[in-house]
Write a protein of this length. Structure first.
Length: 377
């Protein structure tokens, strides 16, 4: 900020900063605030919301893609990093406080990383959460723009709590999203066959076991369905209709401020009553404006020993082959499996051949039938 400029924070920019909910909106709000206060050559932002992921660097000045060796040299020679390592509570630092300009110009970091990009003066702010750096902001200036004054550094100190609050909030949001995604991935692999339908009967969530159950339900009247890919699975019409009827009954008798009666409903397959779906309506208790939904649990006795036989079949496979077999059940091609597992198509092809040989089946359709416990022709 130029000397004598308005010292009050711009309200809209501060509100945008505190409204940011992801890295992109946070970076946009940070750029707006920093550009308002500080003349600059370019701005830099670093975001490290997930501890096991490398920091993502954003810049207002385009730069060529840097390889790992470039970053290693940058980190090894950066004049601020030694102080940062011995002073983990460091929040804001002006580069010339760490190293005078004359000394900086003789420094290897200046020759390789500063001079080529045309800047000389800089300050950086670091933000920490749970014992590690979750983000940083840096403002870089050319030599003709002059160093940052003490008054400007006071402004940085006043802005710091706002930046810190925003970084920590977005870090918490992103960590929660990562946990939710991980939980969804875990639930999708559970052997318990569950699906969630909206109050109007639309599919909200279904795991792999439920997809298999839906195909098995369909196969009772269409045997060929047992060999279909998971992507072709659909919740049986009988189940969807039962959910809609229950929703209509509830809507027609609803009383304000009275919760949903959680009485379960059972739907049996019209041709095989041993195969059934248990439907349980539930409210979003913590969010009164959210729509209610249905939890559907598919149950089936299966063929005698079918579950044990399927486990016995899978036990013949290596860990890598089990991962490939799981992708086959999803209906993926060798190319899709290779991309998902980070393997070559040739490796996947050999593993598929090994799986078929070990399980004694001729093709993918028969493999699906064998693993799901159905009859193999």
């Amino acid at each position: 900020m130029n000397e004598g400029a308005d010292s009050f924070f711009p309200e809209k920019a501060i509100l945008a900063l505190h409204a940011a909910c992801d890295g992109n909106s946070l970076w946009a709000a940070c750029r707006r605030l920093l550009a308002h206060y500080f003349e600059h050559h370019f701005l830099v932002g670093g975001f490290s919301f997930l501890g096991d992921h490398p920091m993502v660097i954003k810049r207002t000045k385009p730069a060529p893609k840097r390889d790992a060796a470039w970053w290693a040299r940058n980190m090894a020679t950066h004049p601020m990093l030694p102080e940062l390592s011995v002073n983990p509570d460091l929040k804001v630092r002006r580069l010339t406080d760490a190293m005078p300009v004359d000394e900086m110009k003789r420094h290897p970091y200046y020759r390789e990383f500063v001079e080529p990009e045309g800047w000389l003066y800089s300050f950086a702010a670091f933000f920490r959460g749970e014992g590690r750096i979750v983000g940083m902001l840096a403002v870089n200036r050319r030599e003709d723009q002059g160093d940052f004054s003490d008054g400007e550094m006071d402004t940085v100190d006043r802005l710091y709590p706002h930046f810190e609050t925003a970084f920590l909030r977005v870090a918490a949001i992103q960590a929660d999203r990562a946990r939710t995604a991980g939980l969804a991935e875990m639930v999708s692999r559970l052997p318990l066959a569950i699906a969630i339908l909206s109050w109007k009967g639309g599919l909200v969530y279904i795991n792999n076991a439920a997809r298999a159950a839906c195909l098995a339900w369909r196969a009772e009247s269409e045997p060929a369905a047992a060999g279909l890919a998971f992507s072709e699975a659909a919740v049986p019409a009988e189940v969807v209709d039962a959910c809609r009827r229950r929703a209509d009954e509830r809507d027609s008798t609803a009383v304000p401020n009275v919760g949903l009666v959680r009485a379960s409903l059972e739907v049996k397959h019209p041709e095989n009553p041993l195969r059934r779906a248990v439907i349980e309506p539930f409210d979003a208790a913590s969010e009164p404006l959210s729509e209610s939904a249905f939890l559907v649990r598919f149950e089936a006795p299966g063929p005698p020993g079918g579950g044990v036989e399927s486990l016995a079949l899978l036990s013949r496979l290596s860990t890598a082959e089990k991962a490939v077999a799981e992708r086959i059940l999803l209906g993926e091609s060798n190319r899709e499996i290779a991309a998902a597992l980070g393997k070559s198509e040739g490796t996947v092809r050999k593993q598929v051949e090994s799986i078929l040989k070990k399980l004694g089946v001729r093709d993918r359709r028969r493999l699906m039938l064998a693993i799901r416990g159905g009859p193999v022709d």
